[in-house]
Design a protein around this ligand. Structure first.
Ligand code: UTP
Length: 289
């Protein structure tokens, strides 16, 4: 795993039922936090980590994501003609020139593990990142995935992002039992998908960032449906633990779970209060509530 991280997978084929009816036609990943869709924050983090190949695992309804990263000829020529250079740069700047996108389809939403497996033909047998765009992780220094890619290369290990969650929420997450090896990293002994609080081995929950070896694909191929009848990435990681070391990493940064409404509201407020132009008006308005 001491190779540089070049490829990052974005599993975006889920149904997004918590944002219905909007997600009837708008992919959850296209929901904006201020003026940028969630997928843009995720892609920026992958590019910051050094990725040059972005693999989107989509379904037949999510053309908007491909359109978003494509050229917008009509819009770009209108902005160019009217001399709106800043807006033009913004429209053209969704992706750096050296980065390419590959789209693969997950024919049926059979679970996160299955979605990741769909990327196998593009990733091959090299370490790769997985970013779930609905977990928006915001950090002023290096992004969470970059921190993880550096640790993975240094320690020659898989790395999974974790965060402490309230005990009564363990059944919403994959939970790890891990032995601390440094201030932020711990060697995973065990992972369990969505354990009830009474039997959860800890309150360290897996959140949406992974750096994994290509070997995980072979393990996913033989992983049977687990919690919720879905093919779980966590189950394949549990098998991987018998072969190589995988670290749980408490990243520097703030995570917003934008897969639910409260998380999206919090992310929006956070970004608004960090924006020097918006912040004074937002603060003033909050004061009136
Ligand atoms: P979620 O558990 O948040 O499911 O998936 P969801 O369908 O996106 O949203 P809700 O719960 O119905 O509101 C976590 C991540 O895994 C991807 C999702 O797109 C999301 O990024 N995923 C999940 C897939 O790509 N395929 C699947 O079969 C399941």
């Amino acid at each position: 795993m001491s190779q540089r991280l070049r490829k990052v997978v974005f599993p975006v084929a889920g149904l997004g039922t918590r944002f219905l009816p909007a997600t009837k036609v708008v992919a959850k990943e296209m929901l904006p936090v201020l003026d940028r869709p969630l997928i843009q924050y995720a892609v920026d983090e992958a590019v910051d980590a050094g990725a040059d190949t972005l693999i989107f695992v989509t379904n037949r309804y999510k053309h908007a994501i491909a359109d978003y990263f494509d050229k917008a000829y009509e819009l770009e020529s209108k902005l160019a003609q009217s001399g709106k250079k800043e807006l033009l740069a913004m429209v053209q700047g969704t992706l750096p020139h050296n980065v390419r996108c590959v789209f693969v389809t997950q024919p049926e939403a059979l679970g996160l593990g299955h979605a990741v497996l769909c990327a196998k033909p593009v990733v091959g047998n090299e370490p790769f990142g997985v970013v779930l765009p609905d977990d928006l992780i915001w950090n002023h220094g290096p992004g969470a995935l970059r921190q993880m890619a550096e640790l993975s290369a240094r320690e020659n290990a898989g790395v999974i992002a974790v965060e402490e969650v309230p005990r009564d929420q363990t059944d919403k997450y994959g939970i790890v039992d891990a032995e601390p090896v440094s201030e932020r990293a711990a060697k995973i002994r065990l992972v369990v998908e969505k354990p009830k609080p009474a039997v959860a081995p800890s309150n360290l929950a897996i959140v949406g960032r992974y750096v994994l070896p290509g070997r995980i694909f072979e393990l996913l191929e033989t992983t049977k449906p687990g919690a919720g009848g879905e093919i779980q990435l966590t189950d394949a990681i549990e098998t991987l633990l018998a072969e190589q070391s995988v670290l749980a990493y408490r990243f520097a940064g703030t995570r917003f779970d934008c897969g639910n409404k409260l998380g999206l509201v919090k992310a929006t407020m956070h970004m608004a209060l960090e924006d020097p132009q918006l912040a004074p008006a937002v603060r003033e308005w909050i004061g009136t509530l």
